[in-house]
Ligand binder design. Structure first.
Ligand code: FEO
Length: 396
């Protein structure tokens, strides 16, 4: 169904209330999501992005209710990932000559996915424009590595709409589309989760790109993302938030992450949390069993933290696979400026702490010296090391 965004710009995307995972099963979706595509109808008719392949038929059926597909003068593909380009093959069967405006890298990703090198690609780069008629233009801005090498945004003059694609988005279904209509608590939670789990590795580029876009001095009335809300109420609030999140973001929070076989490592986790709470009552302390918590939520908590403590018992001369998996994910997200401590119980060989220390150091954490490494089940006097860990994590 078509929804008006502003003047001759309409939303033609898909709200998916049932989506539960994204990027395979790498990203949990708890509040639905959307793939936002847009139709600009000035003297020229321009389609900005499409939807994910499972919704392609529905997308094209809905488009046909509004326009003759042959009236589409150009398709803008801001990013080749399947959730935005998935309806292209079906669309191009109907209008095979239609020019597709995209970056040089998007030609590679689209050809790689769909194997149609003959499509009428029109490669654009930052500053290139496309006249849409009635005195309006689309200006293209490459968004390299935000979050793929092929990513791009475009800006519609006159209406002052930035079509930002993945940037500033959230996996969040909002029937009313706009940020001022969304549940603000859910919106900011989902926006942070999206940034922490998808964009954080590219934070140095986010800051540079925001500076570059600001220097273009383009008035922005609307940021039309490709997932979640369209920002029309103070749209720059999400840009300001990204600028904040991109600078090694942290709050006064310490997060304790562990998995445990027979509760010994769990006892250490709880004691470390208690000592942090005792020494610094204003600090928010959170404790998570890694094996029982959504990994994307864990990464969001790490993103918010100034320090973490990670515990695993020694098993198989190493650490539990649940802990190893989550730390591998954390290393991909390239967190910076955060302290970490390690702890764990062991029965026989006890290599777990060493392994945790190595993995966390390689992942970019500043691993503090104090640790808890306890043979079998801790007695009360064994847990005194938690205070040293707490002090080291809280030290400025
Ligand atoms: Fe929403 Fe990078 O795809």
């Amino acid at each position: 169904m078509l929804r008006k965004i502003k003047n001759n710009v309409d939303w033609v995307g898909k709200i998916d209330w049932e989506l539960k995972e994204f990027h395979g099963a790498d990203y949990s979706v708890t509040k639905g999501s959307s793939q936002n595509a847009y139709l600009i109808r000035e003297e020229k008719t321009i389609l900005v992005d499409t939807v994910w392949a499972p919704h392609a038929e529905e997308f094209i059926t809905n488009l046909k209710k509004e326009i003759d597909l042959k009236d589409i003068d150009a398709i803008i593909i801001n990013h080749g990932e399947i959730d935005h380009s998935g309806a292209l093959p079906l669309l191009m069967e109907e209008i095979p000559e239609t020019p597709i405006y995209c970056t040089a890298n998007a030609v590679k990703s689209l050809t790689g996915h769909y194997h149609h090198p003959e499509w009428n690609y029109q490669v654009v780069k930052t500053g290139d424009t496309l006249d849409v008629g009635n005195g309006k233009q689309l200006i293209f801005v490459e968004m390299r590595m935000l979050h793929w090498p092929d990513s791009m945004a475009c800006y519609l003059t006159g209406d002052n709409i930035l079509f930002s694609n993945d940037a500033f988005g959230q996996h969040f279904a909002v029937e009313e589309l706009f940020n001022d209509k969304a549940d603000a608590c859910d919106l900011w939670k989902q926006a942070m989760k999206y940034y922490a789990n998808i964009l954080n590795p590219f934070s140095p580029l986010v800051k540079k790109k925001i500076d570059e876009v600001v220097s273009l001095n383009l008035p922005i009335d609307i940021i039309a993302t490709s997932h979640g809300v369209i920002w029309r109420d103070n749209p720059l609030q999400i840009v300001q938030k990204y600028a904040e999140w991109a600078q090694d973001y942290q709050e006064d929070q310490v997060t304790v992450l562990y998995d445990s076989m027979w509760n010994s490592t769990q006892m250490m986790a709880n004691e470390i949390a208690a000592q942090i709470g005792r020494l610094s009552p204003d600090t928010r302390v959170k404790v998570f069993n890694i094996a029982k918590t959504d990994k994307n939520d864990l990464m969001t908590e790490v993103f918010r933290s100034k320090a973490i403590a990670v515990g695993s018992p020694t098993v198989g001369n190493s650490i539990l696979s649940s802990v190893a998996g989550v730390l591998h994910f954390a290393s991909e997200l390239k967190f910076k400026g955060k302290k970490a401590a390690v702890f764990g119980s062991y029965g026989w060989s006890g290599e777990g702490n060493k392994e945790l220390r190595e993995i966390l150091t390689k992942a970019g954490f500043d691993v503090v010296a104090p640790e808890m490494r306890i043979n079998w089940k801790p007695k009360a006097e064994d847990l005194t090391g938690a205070e040293d860990i707490a002090k080291a994590l809280l030290a400025q």
